[in-house]
Design a protein around this ligand. Structure first.
Ligand code: G3P
Length: 216
């Protein structure tokens, strides 16, 4: 499973990239709104840090507007993937952008049939939002399982990005299902690396090593 980071914060992206396991970045308007600079400046800077897909969201709601914005976003850097919301206009825009060789990530996916439609329209990626489904007492991971099964049934090449991840167990579940990608907030990436028994083990080893060091 590939690891993307779900943030527009350059420091977090640099830190995650320095570990050597970062395959891409996803952003959304909320994440961009938390950072300084124009969206274009932020996308450019992210593409300079990470050599992988960087999702940048179109804001227009009509398909012509989405296509125009998509072309502008794609021109920023070859790694830009245009994030398009899952609507009727969104599907039209995906089809058009795909015909021009522009990659898209269809976002705000909450049902398996939305994912199938997006894939058929030519989306490179689909983003089911697991945390937001869990928030309304609907199991988000069941959606991921359904999408993976449907895509496998028809050998669809669209990759599944598990999004709206809130904790490490979401990442474990995504990997158990065999999802292509998990896009993970920085805080959760940090949590994933930690285990209290690892910390206790290090402390005990260091304490025992002091006894060895004192030997003449
Ligand atoms: O990539 C989409 C993701 O950022 C949404 O996460 O936590 O706002 O539901 P969240």
């Amino acid at each position: 499973m590939k690891f993307f980071i779900d943030t527009a914060n350059l420091e977090q992206i640099k830190e995650a990239a320095s570990v050597g396991i970062l395959d891409g970045v996803t952003t959304n308007p909320t994440l961009i709104s938390r950072e300084q600079g124009t969206p274009k400046e932020i996308y450019k800077a992210i593409c300079e840090i990470v050599d992988g897909p960087v999702s940048a969201e179109a804001i227009a709601l009509d398909w012509e507007g989405m296509v125009k914005e998509g072309r502008e976003l794609a021109a920023i850097h070859p790694n830009i993937v245009v994030k398009i919301p899952m609507t009727k206009d969104g599907l039209k825009a995906v089809k058009m952008l795909a015909s021009e060789g522009i990659k898209t990530n269809v976002t705000l996916i909450f049902s398996p049939i939305q994912a199938l439609l997006a894939a058929r329209a030519g989306a490179s990626f689909v983003s089911p939002f697991v945390g937001r489904l869990d928030d309304i007492a609907t199991p988000g991971m069941e959606l991921v399982q359904q999408i993976q099964q449907i895509f496998a049934n028809y050998q669809l090449e669209t990759e599944v990005i598990v999004a709206s991840i809130r904790h490490p167990m979401h990442v474990v579940d995504a990997a158990m299902i065999g999802a292509d990608i998990a896009t993970i907030p920085f805080k959760v990436i940090e949590q994933m690396m930690k285990h209290p028994l690892t910390d206790i083990g290090i402390t005990n080893f260091l304490n025992d090593w002091k006894k060895v060091e004192n030997r003449k």
